[in-house]
Write a new protein. Sequence first.
Length: 256
Amino acid sequence: MDDKARKKKERRQQRMRQRLAQQQAQQDGDEEPRVTAIVTLDVSIARAPPEPLRIELFGDAAPQSVAYFSKLATNSLRAECSDADEDPGAVARVQTSRRMGERACLDAQGVDVGFANSQLWRLVPDKRVDFGRVDSSFSARVPPTFAEETNALRASAKGNVSVKRGGGAFEFTVAPANSPGLDREDLVVVGRVAPADLPFLDALNAIPTKKDLVSIGDVPPLGKSFARACEYSSPDPTCAQFKPLKRVVVSGVSVA
């Protein structure tokens, strides 16, 4: 095992020890996490009138991660433009598209990133519902990073809402059912779907998806660098894997 792999394993083991200690402390205290704010996503399915999906945030459980999520919810996250590095293996059409995206990003650099007009971009039935694929005008933005946090809450519990630990992704994941696989990802829980809105989460989970390309194990985690959509001649088969067959858009967001 090389030094990089060993350090990664040590960090993973340390996070596991911290999580177990926090779980034990929570069990001893038997306390529910305190709801510090509520984000309401106005979610439209196939252009139908939007319905609310309310997310209760746990600001004490992961302060920096919740602050990051809240900035996206208020369309106020500052994110810089990426450099459109030349890829000798990409066809000219793809290179041109990337350069155009970078120019568009620089022209709108003063506009902050947020969940308004974002999409539910991946849905693995009973496993995960991935929101937060931000508007295409932000496609060349680089998600900020911050110090990693951990808590005793399980990403796998139905209704729990998680983000990538330490930032580096605009997207977030909701567990539509008890999904143990999410606990093995580098996620931290920032909140949960309000109990009254769990039936709407069930309806989202029932939307048919495109799932004829690769296996579930091949689907990349949040923050993975992969195409926003299937680029011309793209060799990456995961670009459309588990994409909902009905367009699901967050038409508006509010925080209370």
